[in-house]
Design a protein around this ligand. Structure first.
Ligand SMILES: Nc1nc2c(ncn2[C@@H]2O[C@H](COP(=O)(O)OP(=O)(O)O)[C@@H](O)[C@H]2O)c(=O)[nH]1
Ligand SMILES: [Mg+2]
Length: 358
């Protein structure tokens, strides 16, 4: 006879004795405390978030980096940035740790030199795509180590803010080509740069023409429809999709307006306040990046864009015979980084004629 059957468990759903309370009478097991555990852990480790600004030179990318750092959210944590913005000659990153209510965010913004100034702009996207893939490669190489760090430093670009020139017409062929490549590699949020040069009506007409162009050319900018997880996501992201590209104005100077110190651009007819939603949509951009979608941007980067990169690299390694060096990927070459579709994994001993295929 089954001895286990003879001794009913205290959690049995059968009628119990007066001294053994039924299962329903026990309190909840405390699953919601997991949220507190996650919060405590997040407070300890903090967050890393990396943004990149991309676009033609003179569209206000470097100014926007300063605007982000100087605007109210983390103004108190920032040293003063009074020096005028020099022309950006090479790709470089600025990091700051922002602390709010005990929670730390390490925000890194990567500024890029403007493109499109050359007579031949063929492949002007290579340095940007190369940088983004290089960060994926670095992460992958760390992940593949047998003895891994407990926390792999994350330098992957979680969001790329793409600056569209305020022509008022439509996207230029160069923007379309650039965006097409960028969207396959990273989350992209396009913005209408220097929006103070357009009237309200021009802005709206330009925005809807850009949206139409993106649709025609199958360019999926962030937040991508296919990653909406439920109806709430669809409603919230649907509203954002209608407002993208945000019409932004950048400024790194403060001015006194009605006794308030505001970030803005001083003109002959008044001050354009960057943090005033009646003047421009910088606040919508900042809220999307930090307040509402930071974690989602990180998740999509890890689960979709990095995953794509990883799959391509590891698939190539599966074509090689298993052995001690099976996961030992040779670091990607510069050519491989700009076009990961034809990445080749080479084990030193296995170099063969297939290498020439791409
Ligand atoms: N009118 C206007 N000028 C801007 C804006 N943002 C930046 N600028 C100016 O445009 C010039 C180039 O800016 P910069 O940030 O160096 O552009 P970058 O080459 O894209 O990095 C500077 O004189 C800025 O003061 C803007 O939103 N509106
Ligand atoms: Mg610059």
């Amino acid at each position: 006879m089954d001895t286990l059957r003879q001794s009913p468990s205290p959690c049995s759903s059968r009628p119990s004795s007066p001294r053994t309370p039924p299962f329903e009478m026990f309190g909840p097991v405390g699953i919601e405390a997991v949220l507190d555990q996650l919060k405590i852990k997040a407070m300890k480790t903090g967050f890393e978030f990396n943004i990149m600004v991309v676009g033609q030179s003179g569209l206000g990318k470097s100014t926007m980096v300063n605007t982000l750092f100087k605007s109210k959210v983390w103004k108190s944590a920032m040293p003063s940035l009074e020096v005028p913005t020099p022309q950006t000659l090479e790709l470089h990153s600025v990091s700051h740790v922002i602390e709010e209510k005990g929670l730390k965010l390490k925000l890194t913004v990567t500024d890029t030199p403007g493109f499109g100034d050359q007579i031949n702009n063929d492949k002007c996207w290579d340095p940007v795509l190369g940088y983004i893939n290089q960060q994926y490669e670095q992460y992958l190489q760390e992940e593949l180590l047998i003895t891994r760090q407990r926390h792999i430093p994350d330098t992957r670009v979680h969001c790329c803010v793409y600056f569209v020139p305020p022509t008022g017409h439509c996207l230029r062929p160069l923007d379309i080509e650039f965006l097409r490549r960028l969207c396959r590699t990273v989350n992209v949020v396009p913005v209408i740069a220097r929006a103070d040069s357009l009237t309200i009506e021009e802005r709206e007409a330009f925005r809807s023409r850009i949206q139409q162009n993106l649709k025609t050319h199958c360019i999926e900018v962030y937040p991508q429809k296919c990653f909406d997880e439920d109806i709430n996501d669809s409603i919230l992201n649907g509203k954002i999709r209608e407002q993208i590209p945000f019409a932004v104005v950048g400024a790194d100077q403060e001015h006194l307006v009605n006794g308030r110190c505001v970030l803005g651009r001083k003109t002959k007819w008044g001050i354009i306040e960057v943090e005033n939603i009646a003047h421009c949509e910088f606040l919508l951009l900042r809220d999307l990046l930090i307040r509402s979608h930071l974690q989602d941007l990180k998740d999509i980067t890890h689960n979709v864009h990095y995953e794509n990169y990883r799959v391509i690299r590891l698939n190539e390694s599966h074509q090689l015979p298993r052995g001690p060096g099976w996961v030992n990927l040779a670091p990607a070459s510069p050519v491989q980084l700009t076009s990961p579709g034809c990445l080749k994994v080479r084990r030193r001993a296995q170099k063969d004629s297939k290498d020439d295929e791409c």
